[in-house]
Design a protein around this ligand. Structure first.
Ligand code: FUC
Length: 719
């Protein structure tokens, strides 16, 4: 046995020592076999910066790992997100395995594998700790000395690991000079550890704890050359050594406290699943739902909460969730596993504030803020612009970008940036991040808009994302600029600054070419009436005014809302991952809950692999997050200046309750409904803004102080 840190960790945890209540079927993914396939079957854990995909075979645990800043590229080259590596714990055994179970409990963010072999019950637990910045993998058994085998590590860029008896270290440098390091610390209770040229062998160990840490020298600051200036070795070593001084139970407890503080804020119940179905492995539940269209309301809720799990696990205080969150095993991943700004990264963040995860939003704002200086220079070089900046469809972490230049993209991300303020009313954030970003883009549009027919202001020639001809005055830009200007006006009012410029922007907004209704009653995608009623293209760029924008609503602009329905009917209820998810939200904004549900149902039937990753295909996390946005929009909307309860409740969810959804203006909403009717609602004010609640055509108004709680009945009368 080793001493030092090993000796400090010698309090073995008996199996099942951490008492846990049974997790409901809407909060657990489980399987009766190991994963074979990364994309469709392995299960993710993550702490917002570090991530792992776990396979769980009894005789060979395979764990692929990521660090979210391991990126190729630079200011000229978008680059792509890279695989950090993979480790294997070989546990050869002669006897067959029974009672196998692999599960991801999203109420605890703990992955577990249990099985029996030769009369011994084995248990593995894994979690990624945000407070400790390490991932922990623990192997235990109910008979002492039951673990013998080998740990090996394969670095994603073929760095040769340095192997000590209790630590494996792989250090490398990517082509762009980015330094990285991963370390796996091995702690044994009982038995022995030994270093071999291939890895670390362990013999007769009672419990084995692996701690994985990693880092790079990436820094999100252009003026520091995008580097911390220090090799990651010291920090990674410190993080692991600090964690190794704590007991496993203490690390787990700290992780649970941190994770559950976020996760437990929202509870959703749309009805019970039949107990026999709820007891099935997740893969079988999905098959059931798909093939026989068996009702499984708790599976729908599981997918919603799973999106919250994925967000907490991939977006905390570092980079935002990319196209695959932060899970990627490929050095040439689909679409670079990057930040696409023609819908994808925006969709990732639509639900975050609504689903009470505001802390997970900041990485998006910080990433954008960091790349703007590069985008500004690039845009100037390309178009000779004096003010402002553009992204391109594909964006990396050093400001480099590629693929199509679409002027509206930046205004679209700026909408997320504004919305985070609208939910939180965080003035410091508004002053230091949102306002400068939004104002600079207003200046860009002030310089770019042109006079079109009838003196209306129109955007310069561009494409409606990935669809149709190049044209001026595309609805995509017209709607996004309207939105940008509206947000600017409110932002400058909130900060009480730039009154003159605000007036100017108000005047420009009034002159913008607005939405137009075309010859078949549709909302036009282009300034000219070009829409083809047979076109079912995945992009829905001319519907942004409905969602996520606020220019068109059945309550304020019913004619345009009708035209939006015509366009949505033409596009159909199918489509690929993110597009289908978006349709749930658009129909919810059009107050057609049954239509939203029909699409949601189709999505659950057709789009998720058994690990509940949404397949575009390939796997893209925007579909997972967009699904959650859709569910939020069906339950509570707040984009029109009031809290609209159950604006799109489907018949499929006649009775239910939700706790902890957020509404713009700093409100938290709990409510219950029965027989498709609201029965009670509680609104808590976090900021003291006056609140207006709407349900079924009725409204109730109330002045609030920070902390005020109001309780209303279903008819909006006070309790
Ligand atoms: C956009 C979409 C594609 C894909 C890619 C990542 O370009 O049009 O469908 O989702 O992003």
């Amino acid at each position: 046995m080793l001493c030092g840190i090993t000796a400090m960790l010698l309090t073995p945890l008996a199996i099942g020592q951490v008492a846990q209540p049974a997790t409901p079927a809407s909060q657990v993914l489980w399987y009766d076999n190991p994963a074979q396939n990364w994309e469709a079957e392995a299960l993710p854990i993550g702490n917002g910066r570090l991530g792992a995909m776990i396979f769980g075979a009894a005789d060979k645990e395979t764990i692929q790992i990521n660090e979210d800043s391991l990126w190729l590229g630079n200011e000229k080259d978008t680059g792509m997100y890279q695989n950090l590596g993979e480790f294997e714990v070989a546990l050869p055994r002669a006897k067959p395995v029974t009672n196998y179970r692999r599960e991801l409990d999203i109420s605890r963010a703990v992955h577990t594998v249990t099985y029996t072999s030769d009369g011994v019950t084995f248990r593995r637990e894994a979690f990624a700790s945000f407070p400790d910045q390490v991932m922990v993998f623990r192997f235990t058994a109910d008979k002492p000395g039951s673990h013998s085998g080998t740990l090996t590590f394969k670095d994603g860029h073929d760095a040769k690991p340095v192997i000590a008896p209790n630590r494996l270290t792989a250090t490398g440098i990517l082509q762009n000079g980015l330094q990285y390091e991963s370390q796996i610390l091995v702690i044994n209770d009982g038995g022995t550890l030994a270093a071999t040229p291939a890895g670390i062998t362990f013999q007769n160990v009672t419990s084995l704890t692996l701690m994985a840490g990693a880092g790079t020298d990436y820094l999100n600051q252009r003026d520091k050359g995008w580097r911390t200036g220090e090799a990651p070795h010291r920090k990674v070593t410190e993080q692991l050594d600090r964690a190794a001084k704590r007991t496993y139970a203490a690390l787990l407890a700290e992780h649970l406290k941190d994770y559950q503080e976020l996760f437990n804020r929202v509870r959703l119940d749309t009805g019970k699943t039949d107990a026999a179905i709820a007891a099935l492995p997740t893969s079988k539940r999905l098959d059931n739902y798909k093939q026989a269209n068996v009702k499984d309301l708790e599976l729908e809720v599981l997918l919603y909460q799973h999106a919250r799990y994925l967000m907490i696990s991939s977006s905390r205080d570092r980079l935002p969730a990319n196209l695959q969150g932060l899970w990627n095993n490929n050095n040439n991943p689909p679409w670079r596993s990057d930040y696409h700004t023609d819908v994808n990264v925006q969709m990732n963040y639509w639900f975050v504030d609504q689903a009470n995860l505001s802390e997970c939003f900041r990485p998006l704002a910080e990433w954008l803020y960091s790349v703007i200086p590069v985008r500004r220079d690039d845009t100037k070089r390309e178009f000779g612009t004096k003010r402002g900046w553009m992204t391109r469809s594909e964006n990396g972490v050093f400001g480099g970008a590629s693929y199509i230049w679409v002027p509206g993209d930046a205004a679209w991300v700026a909408q997320n940036i504004w919305d985070h303020y609208a939910f939180t009313l965080d003035k410091e954030y508004l002053r230091t991040r949102a306002y400068p970003i939004i104002k600079e883009l207003c200046e860009f549009w002030e310089d770019s808009l042109k006079e079109g027919p009838g003196g209306k202001l129109i955007s310069p020639e561009s494409v409606s994302p990935e669809h149709g001809p190049k044209a001026q005055g595309n609805s995509y830009e017209q709607q996004l600029v309207y939105d940008l200007f509206t947000n600017y006006i409110e932002a400058s009012q909130a900060l009480n600054v730039d009154a003159e410029y605000r007036k100017k922007i108000m005047a420009l907004r009034d002159r913008l070419l607005g939405p137009q209704i075309g010859k078949w009653g549709q909302l036009q995608e282009w300034m000219a009436d070009l829409d083809d009623p047979k076109e079912d293209h995945r992009h829905l760029s001319h519907l942004i005014a409905v969602h996520p924008g606020r220019q068109i609503s059945p309550l304020t602009t019913p004619k345009f809302a009708e035209a939006a329905k015509v366009s949505m009917n033409a596009r159909g209820d199918g489509a690929n991952g993110w597009s289908r998810a978006w349709k749930i939200s658009i129909w919810a904004r059009l107050h057609d809950g049954n239509r939203s549900y029909k699409i949601l149902n189709g999505m659950v039937r057709g789009q998720f692999t058994q690990n509940l990753f949404d397949q575009c295909p390939p796997f893209q996390i925007d579909g997972n997050f967009g699904y959650a946005a859709g569910v939020c929009e069906m339950l509570v909307q707040s984009h029109m200046g009031f809290i609209h309860l159950l604006p799109a409740l489907p018949d499929a969810w006649p009775t239910g309750s939700v706790k902890g959804l957020r509404a713009r203006g700093g409100f938290e909403v709990d409510m219950a409904w029965a027989d498709c009717k609201l029965t009670s609602v509680t609104v808590r004010s976090l900021t003291g803004k006056a609140c207006q609640v709407r349900y079924g055509g009725k409204t109730a108004e109330q002045t609030m102080k920070p902390g005020t709680v109001i309780r209303l009945r279903g008819d909006l009368s006070r309790y």
